[in-house]
Design a protein around this ligand. Structure first.
Ligand SMILES: [Zn+2]
Length: 75
């Protein structure tokens, strides 16, 4: 049982260290914004909203912001 307690303690310490590391290095946000802005933008055929290519819905070679608009445009 001693080994079990030791493992649990090590896991708790590891989680605490990870949380502290995250608190003191908030530098992951700008990288995400940079990646988003360099992405190709597509315009929704239904509402005209611009969406990143990765989150755009393509149907019948037309681009939409969501599956709902792709469905609405078809009707
Ligand atoms: Zn739309």
């Amino acid at each position: 049982m001693f080994l079990m307690r030791l493992i649990v303690l090590l896991v708790i310490v590891a989680v605490l260290l990870w949380l502290l590391k995250r608190l003191f290095s908030p530098d992951s946000e700008p990288q995400r914004l940079e990646a988003q802005s360099s992405e190709d933008m597509r315009q929704c055929k239904y509402c005209g909203v611009h969406v990143p290519e990765s989150s755009a819905v393509v149907r019948d070679e037309e681009t939409y912001c969501c599956a709902e608009h792709a469905e609405l445009d078809r009707q």
